[in-house]
Design a protein around this ligand. Sequence first.
Ligand code: C2O
Ligand code: CU
Length: 457
Amino acid sequence: MKRAAMLCLIALIAACAGENKSEPLTWHPLEKTADLDPAPNVLEVEIVARQAEIEILPGVKSAAWTYNGMFPGPLLEAKVGDTLKVHFKNELPQATTIHWHGLRLPASMDGAMVMMDPVPPGGTFEYEFVLRDAGYYWYHPHMYTDEAMERGLYGAIVVREAVEPKVDVERLLVLDDMKINPSTGAIDVPGNMMEAMDGFEGNRIVVNGRADAVLPIRAGEIQRWRLVNASSARYLDLRLDGHSFRVIGTDGGLLPEPYDTDKVVMTPGERYDLIVQGTGGRGTEVPLIAREYYRGQMHGGDSTREVFKLRYSGASALEGKVVPETAREIEILPTAGVYDRLVALTQTDGFGFNDEHYPAVTPLHVEPQLLEIWTLRNMTDWDHPFHLHGNFFQVLDANGVMAPRHGWKDTMNVRRRTTVRIAVRHDNPGVWMYHCHILGHGENGMAGELHVGEHAE
Ligand code: C2O
Ligand code: CU
């Protein structure tokens, strides 16, 4: 593990050294915070939510809400099976929680208000749980999310496999769509119902907290890009001219069968684990583009934007690099004779599930260990990224067409007027939320509650 990280670092330094000095790189690797426990299988950190001045646009200061004064918040890196302990303190003027998006953990640690009280200004909370699944996850508040996340509250979590695929360089990336005043640096947050409904669209894509990112690569090199879309609403329809992506993993870690594609659409909340080989020429530059995506807005789709520039060094091409094998065995959830539950995505006085609006919802009750198919029927003219807390699911089909790739998911696009079926085993007792991850939708009622087994009211 350590050695792989070292190699990455060396490769990164080597790649940077080959860069043209007149144009400084604006690529910022995610930074960590101190591990307070020397034990190898415990990651113990202090996370303080507080205001800070940060630089998102080069040379311009922005007043943000941060974890530990960092943007994104500290990278939490651990091995599968490790224990994560977080001493959390809220120094913001607003109550908040931390939700660990995608992690399977005890419900009391999930950070959703159905299972914990908000942490008031000046308050603290102790999070502690085991990291059960390798993968790339993220954390963010679970109240006033549309405002709090927009101001800068989120961070990445990487949980390592015992043996990770061998690549030349690994990039841990958090992509976000922000609205920043280019002269004052002021960060804009959603203000009205229209923005809530359309989904808040920014004017800059920021990569690991910086606009105008440039990522170095060397011809021939094999890079692994682990991505999360932290945008409030923007879908990222990613294209990299002249390159293809090998998708090796999604939300819940590696896929049983990787596949090659030249486009990846990421909804807010989703993660992708990609292998990109440097097939471009020495000294060239290729932009990673997020193509226009229409998800139902009144005012047209999410406009085409550049995410970052991929810049080839002048160094000679590396020869004989091989894309690593990454197949992983995954249990395919059985579906024969399994109860099929209809969860309709509806639009009656605003977006909701089954014509209800959170918090005035009828909770779903299931027995622990029960297997279910959820038929997510989108009856609206909008796409919605469906997110389930506390467990992964497997996508079965969309509009009757079989989903070919059985990876573990926790967030999934349900296209407008489309029905997606997912299989889920409710093996994690407690109260869990499911909701649309377009923050303006989730905050304004498009959420529901799932009760697995008995629990204290
Ligand atoms: Cu990423 Cu309930 O959230
Ligand atoms: Cu939605």
